[in-house]
Design a protein around this ligand. Structure first.
Ligand SMILES: [Fe+2]
Ligand SMILES: [Fe+2]
Length: 313
């Protein structure tokens, strides 16, 4: 509907656009457009998949390697996303207008739902995987229970700790929006993966694409300095890379059925395929480092919008 409206505006002859009555009509349309933007703004959707019967370790048809990377990411999502929520919520009073205030609420709701849905998925994959107790301890205790509360207190006259947490969040959101494109491009994930798992990843990916601007725009309002953005990006990308490599390697080394002969080919694929997770990770960082970067520079994947529309119907 909104795209239709945008397209139609450009079809008005330029002479007509200067006509007073048409200009008035256009102005009225602008009011309607603002209203439509408000009522079609981001919303919180619930994914109720329970993954009955459990989920096998190699659930992704693409490769066992991709399965273990996504299993590791899934284990990190709930605590990671709760950190994003805390970081954004702290600055919620800095929203510039009602639209941004509504988007912050929707962002918080969406990330809380993602965390809850991945908690269910993680409970279903755990029996088929090596014990990740040490990993979850290292991922959550020194970071979110130790470092985060301490960093929050650092001020340096600029709320450094809080701004830094928001900057880390904005960069991590860029990463997840990049990974989300893989979900809509990977034909094997779309056709040869169990429906409940596919539904979880497509729902999460579509909403990551939908809210990809929010943390970045909020960071720009709070502190638009380039070094602040790149500080957060360096922290987010290096920490997430280290944890994903450690978790994936642990799963592989403790996987009695791991197809080692396929590993060289799968590694090449994951780092060189246009929508391979490794390539998306590094390309996402390089793109984020452009001084004039904005998340909306990469158009939303058309299938993401279609998926959300399907959910609404
Ligand atoms: Fe999320
Ligand atoms: Fe997100």
């Amino acid at each position: 509907m909104l795209n239709f409206y945008h397209r139609m505006r450009f079809f008005l002859p330029s002479a007509s656009r200067q006509n007073v009555s048409v200009a008035f009509a256009t102005e009225k349309l602008d009011v309607w457009f603002a209203f439509l933007q408000l009522i079609t703004a981001m919303q919180v959707r619930i994914n109720k998949q329970q993954f009955e019967g459990g989920v096998p370790a190699h659930w992704s048809a693409a490769s066992a390697l991709q399965s273990h990377v996504l299993n590791t990411l899934s284990l990190m999502f709930p605590d990671g996303e709760r950190f994003f929520v805390r970081s954004v919520k702290y600055f919620s009073d800095r929203a510039s207008d009602d639209k941004m205030r509504a988007e912050i609420k929707a962002f918080i709701g969406q990330e809380m739902q993602h965390g809850a849905a991945h908690d269910s998925f993680n409970a279903a994959i755990r029996p088929g995987l090596a014990d990740m107790g040490w990993f979850m301890y290292l991922f959550t205790v020194p970071t979110f229970q130790g470092l985060e509360p301490w960093v929050h207190k650092l001020d340096f006259g600029m709320e450094f700790g809080r701004v830094g947490a928001l900057s880390v969040t904005a960069a991590a959101e860029n990463m997840t929006a990049g990974f989300a494109n893989m979900v809509f491009e990977d034909k094997e994930l779309q056709t040869a993966v169990r429906e409940d798992i596919r539904d979880l990843f497509m729902w999460h990916a579509a909403e990551e694409i939908e809210h990809r601007d929010l943390a970045f725009d909020l960071l720009k309002k709070v502190n638009g300095a380039y070094w602040v953005r790149m500080f957060g990006a360096t922290v987010a990308y290096s920490i997430i890379f280290a944890y994903v490599v450690a978790g994936t390697a642990w799963f592989m080394l403790n996987d009695k059925n791991y197809p080692w002969a396929k590993l060289p080919g799968d590694l090449v694929k994951i780092f060189t395929d246009k929508f391979g997770l490794g390539r998306l990770f590094f390309e996402g960082f390089v793109d984020y480092a452009r001084p004039d970067f904005h998340p909306s520079d990469v158009p939303a994947h058309p299938q993401a919008a279609q998926y959300l529309e399907k959910m609404a119907s």
